[in-house]
Design a protein around this ligand. Structure first.
Ligand code: ADP
Length: 488
C-alpha cells in the first residue's frame, strides 16, 4: 500500500484526503491482518476439531444420532452468514466514519493556528464531537450485530443437546445404545461448542477483514496515470525545450487552462513567465515535469517528446522549486542534500551560498545541523524558500525551474540570488515564473500569459517597446518599489 502511495500521481492526492489514507493504512490493514492471521488459525482450528469430534461421534457411537444432532446446523450457517452480510455493511460504514474523523483530526491539528487565530476552537470541538459521536454510533451498530453471534450459536447448540437427549433416550430404551454411549455422545457434543463459537467468530472476523479489504482494494485499483512507455529512454534529457501545445484541460474540467502555447528555448537560455494569478503559469510548468499527459500537442526536450524518456530520468533533469515548498523534519543540511545525501559539506554550503541562505544558517543554534520544523527551529517563509532553492541548486539540474519561489524574499535578495545563479549556471537552462517582473528581466525570452494564452512575448527591451501589459506592470512595480523605499 505504501509503495502504491509513493507511485501515485499528484492528481490522486488531490482527490484523497491525508487522514483518510492514514486510516486505510492503519485501521483497515489491522482488520485485514486479523483475518489473515487469527482468522485463518480459527478456521483451521474449528474445522479440524469440529470434524474430528463429529467423526468420532458418528463412527464410534451412532451415525443416526450424529445426523439428528446436526439438523440445526444449516440454520446456524444461514443465520451467521446473514449476520455476516450485515456486519460487512455496517463495519464498512464504521471504517468510513473513522476515516472522516481521522481526516478531521489531522486537518484541525495542521490548521490549529488558523483555528485559534479566528477563535474557532468551540466550533471545532463541536465538529469533532459530532464526528466522533458518529463513529461511536456506527461502531455500536457493529457491536449489536456482533453480539447476535454467540447467543444464536448457543441456542443452536442447545437445540442439538435437546435433540440428542430426546432421541438418544429413545435409542437407549429400545436398546440401540447403552447409557454409557449416550453419556459419551453428549460429552462429545460439549466438545463441539468451542468449534461452533469459533466458527461464528470466524464469520465475524472475515467479514470485518473483507469490508476493510474492499476499502483498501479501491485504493489499490487506482491506476497511476503517468507511466513509463515500454521503450522509454533511460537517459537524462538535455538540450532544447519546445512547446507546441494546442490545448490543455485539467482532468474532469471542461474549460482549457492553456491554449496555443508555442515557444522554444535553447539549452542554457533563461525563460521568464509572467501574468496574473490563475493565468496558467504553474500549469505550464506542471506539463514540463509531466504531472499530466493529457494535452493536445507536443512538448519536446532534446528533440524528443517528454514521454520518450523514463519519468525518473526526466525528473532528474529538472530541479523544480514549487510555490508551496516543503521541508522535512530533518536538519537544514539534510534538507538541502535531499536529492544527493552523499553531497560533501562544501557542495551543500556552496548551494546554500548561491541561494543566499548560508549566512542565515550560520546564525542557527547548530548551523547546518539544526533540525527544521515541528521538532526544531521555525523558519521564516523566505528562509524556507531559499533552502528549497538550495536543494534544487545542489542537484545541478539541466533545467532549474523556480515557480514563484522568490515571492517571500525582498527584491535585493532576489537580485543577489538570480545574479549568482546566472554566473553559476552557465550553459544550463533556467525557467522562472514570478510576480515581480524584475526577477525575469534578464531572461532570453519572456512570455506574458493571460487566461492560458500567450499575449505578449519577447525580451524585456522588446516588451517595453511594445507598450502593453508588461510595460504597464513593470513601470507600476518600479514606482511601488520607489515608494516603498521612501523615494530613494
Ligand atoms: P498561475 O500559476 O498562473 O497562478 P495556475 O496554473 O496555478 O495559474 O492555474 C491556472 C488555472 O488552472 C486556474 O484557473 C486554476 O484554478 C486552474 N487549476 C490549477 N490547478 C488545477 C487543478 N489541479 N485542477 C483543476 N484546475 C486547476
Amino acid at each position: 500500500l505504501y509503495q502504491h502511495f509513493t507511485n501515485m500521481s499528484p492528481s490522486f492526492y488531490q482527490k484523497r484526503r491525508i487522514g483518510d489514507l492514514m486510516a486505510h493504512a492503519t485501521n483497515d490493514l489491522q482488520a485485514i491482518q486479523q483475518t489473515a492471521g487469527v482468522g485463518v488459525l480459527t478456521f483451521v482450528d474449528s474445522l479440524s476439531t469440529g470434524g474430528f469430534v463429529i467423526c468420532a461421534m458418528a463412527f464410534t457411537i451412532s451415525w443416526k444420532l450424529t445426523l439428528i444432532c446436526l439438523i440445526p446446523m444449516p440454520f446456524m450457517v444461514i443465520l451467521t452468514s446473514w449476520f455476516g452480510t450485515m456486519l460487512h455493511r455496517t463495519f464498512y460504514q464504521a471504517q468510513e466514519a473513522f476515516s472522516s474523523l481521522n481526516d478531521k483530526t489531522q486537518e484541525s491539528i495542521t490548521g490549529i493556528k488558523v483555528i485559534k487565530t479566528f477563535g474557532q476552537e468551540k466550533e471545532d470541538i463541536e465538529d469533532f464531537r459530532k464526528q466522533s459521536e458518529d463513529v461511536v454510533q456506527k461502531n455500536i451498530t457493529v457491536a449489536k450485530i456482533d453480539s447476535l453471534f454467540d447467543p444464536t450459536i448457543s441456542i443452536i447448540v442447545g437445540i442439538s443437546f435437546f435433540l440428542s437427549i430426546v432421541f438418544g433416550s429413545r435409542y437407549v430404551l429400545n436398546g440401540e445404545l447403552t447409557i454409557g454411549q449416550l453419556l459419551s455422545f453428549t460429552t462429545y457434543l460439549g466438545l463441539l461448542i468451542w468449534p461452533m463459537l469459533a466458527f461464528g467468530w470466524l464469520f465475524n472476523i472475515v467479514e470485518r477483514g473483507r469490508a476493510s479489504y474492499d476499502r483498501v482494494s479501491l485504493l489499490l485499483q487506482e491506476k497511476v496515470d503517468i507511466t513509463d512507455h515500454e521503450d522509454a529512454l533511460n537517459v537524462v534529457p538535455a538540450g532544447k525545450i519546445e512547446f507546441d501545445l494546442a490545448k490543455f484541460t485539467y482532468p474532469g474540467e471542461t474549460e482549457p487552462v492553456l491554449k496555443d502555447i508555442q515557444f522554444s528555448l535553447q539549452a542554457g537560455e533563461t525563460l521568464g513567465i509572467v501574468g496574473k494569478t490563475g493565468a496558467g503559469k504553474t500549469t505550464l510548468l506542471k506539463l514540463l515535469i509531466r504531472e499530466f499527459d493529457s494535452y493536445q500537442g507536443e512538448i519536446t526536450f532534446g528533440e524528443k517528446t517528454l514521454p520518450a524518456y523514463k519519468l525518473e530520468k526526466l525528473r532528474e533533469a529538472i530541479g523544480y522549486v514549487p510555490q508551496d515548498h516543503f521541508l522535512f523534519s530533518a536538519t537544514v543540511g539534510e534538507n538541502i542534500a535531499f536529492t544527493n545525501p552523499n553531497a560533501s559539506k562544501e557542495e551543500v554550503e556552496n548551494a546554500a551560498k548561491l541561494a543566499n541562505i548560508h549566512d542565515d544558517i550560520l546564525q542557527f543554534v547548530d548551523d547546518y545541523h539544526t533540525v527544521v520544523g515541528e521538532r526544531g527551529v521555525s523558519l521564516s517563509g523566505g528562509q524556507k524558500q531559499r533552502i528549497s532553492i538550495a536543494r534544487a541548486i545542489l542537484m545541478n539540474p539541466e533545467v532549474l525551474v523556480l515557480d514563484d519561489s522568490l515571492s517571500a524574499v525582498d527584491a535585493k535578495t532576489e537580485e543577489a540570488i538570480l545574479s549568482s545563479l546566472r554566473q553559476n549556471r552557465e550553459g544550463k537552462t533556467t525557467i522562472i515564473t514570478s510576480h515581480r517582473l524584475s526577477a525575469i528581466q534578464h531572461a532570453n525570452l519572456i512570455l506574458v500569459l493571460e487566461e492560458g494564452k500567450i499575449v505578449e512575448r519577447g525580451t524585456h527591451e522588446a516588451l517595453m517597446e511594445l507598450g502593453g501589459w508588461y510595460k504597464q506592470m513593470y513601470l507600476r512595480q518600479q514606482l511601488e518599489e520607489l515608494v516603498e523605499h521612501g523615494g530613494h
